[in-house]
Design a protein around this ligand. Structure first.
Ligand SMILES: Nc1ncnc2c1ncn2[C@@H]1O[C@H](COP(=O)(O)OP(=O)(O)OP(=O)(O)O)[C@@H](O)[C@H]1O
Ligand SMILES: [Mg+2]
Length: 236
């Protein structure tokens, strides 16, 4: 099943065109990695999929339905787990547990169910014992992991992750990679870290001049392949 389809998408701000006649398809089970220079439009691309920026041309289809108005994206926001580039845009509840449980509660789970899912997802990202911590006092990396737990708690069909490893130490990064590899979900991951991308995705795109270009392999893979052991090839 095709989860996300962008057809001839054109998108920008004021007079600046950021995405120009761009095409993309994310099918069930696909794991796509996306890189591109600062300002190339990666975040804009994810926002367009979520209906958070309005295209000036082209079509966004989620699960086969064309999405134009804000209301058309309601379904998209239920099935796509979107990790914002900046965690401060994502976290808004006072405590970690409330924040992670918010999604499931909002989707109709009971208090007990939402709590159980939240605890499970916090444990997945290595944040056991963080339940009562105040979100605005967390470190950058802890905010990143809390946001990710919140996204996972919604049990999405696909994850759109904007720089998921920002602020994470190597250990947390490895844990996130392991979590993502263990999920049977479609992924669209934006990252400047090629070694991370090669661990969690198996097709690579770069965004430049408003277009996506598929790369045959992650360009910097050869420099890292020895230290990563057999990880990069496990999705082939
Ligand atoms: N709300 C906005 N209003 C005006 N211009 C914007 C807005 N948001 C982004 N831009 C511009 O659009 C271009 C693409 O921005 P975007 O955030 O999508 O890039 P990016 O590839 O995610 O960059 P980075 O790697 O730094 O996160 C940039 O030139 C940026 O300055
Ligand atoms: Mg960005």
């Amino acid at each position: 099943m095709t989860l996300v389809e962008l057809e001839g998408l054109t998108c920008g701000y004021q007079d600046r065109v950021v995405l120009a006649d761009l095409n993309l398809r994310l099918d069930e089970g696909q794991r796509l990695g996306l890189a591109g220079h600062t300002g190339s439009g990666k975040t804009t691309l994810l926002k367009a999929i979520m209906g958070l920026v309005t295209p000036t041309g082209g079509v966004v289809r989620i699960l086969g339905s064309e999405c134009r108005q804000n209301g058309d994206f309601t379904q998209a926001r239920r099935v796509l787990g979107y990790l914002f580039q900046n965690s401060d845009d994502q976290l808004f509840c006072p405590t970690v547990l409330e924040d992670v449980a918010f999604g499931p509660l909002n989707l109709g789970a009971s208090q007990a169910e939402a709590r159980a899912v939240a605890l499970e997802c916090l444990s997945m990202v290595g944040l056991c014992g963080f339940e009562e911590r105040l979100t605005h006092r967390l470190s950058g990396g802890e905010k990143r992991l809390t946001s990710l737990a919140g996204v996972l708690a919604m049990r999405p069909k696909a994850l759109l992750l904007d720089e998921p490893t920002t602020g994470l130490d190597p250990e947390s990064k490895a844990r996130v990679a392991e979590v993502l590899r263990g999920l049977d979900l479609a992924l669209l991951v934006v990252s400047h870290e090629w070694d991370f991308l090669t661990q969690v995705t198996n097709r690579y795109f770069t965004l430049s001049h408003g277009h996506l270009h598929e790369a045959a392999e992650a360009p910097h893979l050869h420099h890292h392949v020895h230290s990563l052991g057999d990880l990069p090839h496990s999705h082939d």
